[in-house]
Ligand binder design. Sequence first.
Ligand code: HEM
Length: 467
Amino acid sequence: MAAAARLELDDIQGLVARGYSALKSACFLLLTVNDPVAARPALGRLALLATNGSAEPPESALNLAFTSDGLRRLGLDPGEPDGFSHEFVSGMTDPNRSRLLGDVGENAPSHWCWGGPESPPVHVLALLYARDEGCLDRLESDVRQDALTGGGLTEAVRLGTSPLTDREPFGFRDGISQPLVEGLSKAATGDGTVKAGEFVLGYANEYGLLTDRPLLPAACDTFGLLPRAPDGGAADFGRNGSYLVFRQLRQDVAGFHRYLEEATRRPDGAADPEAHEALAARMMGRWPSGAPLVHAPLRDDPSLGSDNDFGYFATDPDGLSCPLGAHVRRANPRDSLDPQPGSAQSVSIGRRHRILRRGRAYGDDNGDGDRGLHFLCLGANISRQFEFIQHTWLNNAHFNGLYDGPDPVVAARQDHDATFTVQARPVRTRYRDLPQFVSVQGGAYFFLPGLQALRYLCEDARSGGHR
Ligand code: HEM
């Protein structure tokens, strides 16, 4: 077996290496570049605070990412260097992408609170994480002092989060299943691991190739701030970077539970809390504790809450334990992919469609305000990873041999009726006209550069080649 890639963790931003689970408080600042000349030194000050991936930060962490418009405003035209992906350059709100992602109707960017055509432009994303709220306040005030005082940058939106717990707002344990990344995850060995190049640019991916990444002519980097590409000496702006997908997903928590209660009433009209929980679990593919339905088909079993060691094809090909259309079964079909479900090839195809999820919930469960998930995920190829999962698996009514069943929990209900089918013998149960439980409130594609590339971007004295 080839040696695992040695990742340059001191140049990779920390969010790629870890979800900062010890840093329970977080907020996200979306910034607009008003004046690039004043914005660059402000970002340069922030770049000095940026957290790398080499060690778990005990107190706080800061990471920085840029939209393609943001890079352009800062003088680096993402259409110009070879290798920024098309989807990043055209952006999440490009009309073709909106159709692909299901961002139509009430989910259309024109309705978004941020990132859409009606809201202030988003150029920079500052991701702030801290041990507690007091520590977050201090970090935020430092960031504001460094970034927002010189007039180069203004705040478009501040997105708060709820203190991190292991539950998402519908009540399910989240953050259980993540890809084991070669060279990153301690437990990552052998067949279960995904190549680092699937998540970090500049390393071999699951095809044994380097994922396309932005390279600049060496002349653009006269001060030698960027690493050089191994082949030909181009300045490697992409190395150690990753793409970050950000979607603010509002969850209609009351509507979700209202639907479940109605759909599971007993014949005498009384509510049936057990059936309510079981239907929710069948939609998700895991019980609230996290226990997977393939191993706990009938009732929750908290002792299996962290269980992630299962496939579907070998144990449950017909969806009798975990319905074929359940959220986790779509989001990662594991051993069930064509052309040969159950084979090693099927598992290896699945490794090309993984994402590192880094979401945080927002809103609180006591008030009437909005609640949901700031869905964040990382990958080296937005189209093959996030967009593929969203379009071909979650939103696809024909997934897995179904014909009218998009993801029962998270998919937009576009122009067709959504049905959720619970396979069973002798008769399946069909839940028709599912309401929409999750709606998109904002979003954008970002690039999370390596730290050397970050400094290059903020450096006033770099060559004028891309101004
Ligand atoms: C508000 C919307 C969403 C909610 C409430 C939600 C909830 C969950 C929950 C409870 C799990 C199981 C826990 C775990 O395995 O960590 C999960 C897993 C997962 N979700 Fe979501 N999710 C949402 C949106 C999305 C979206 C938009 C995507 C991708 C486009 C996605 C991709 C995944 C993936 C890849 C897994 C892991 C599946 C596995 O490996 O078994 N989720 N989600």
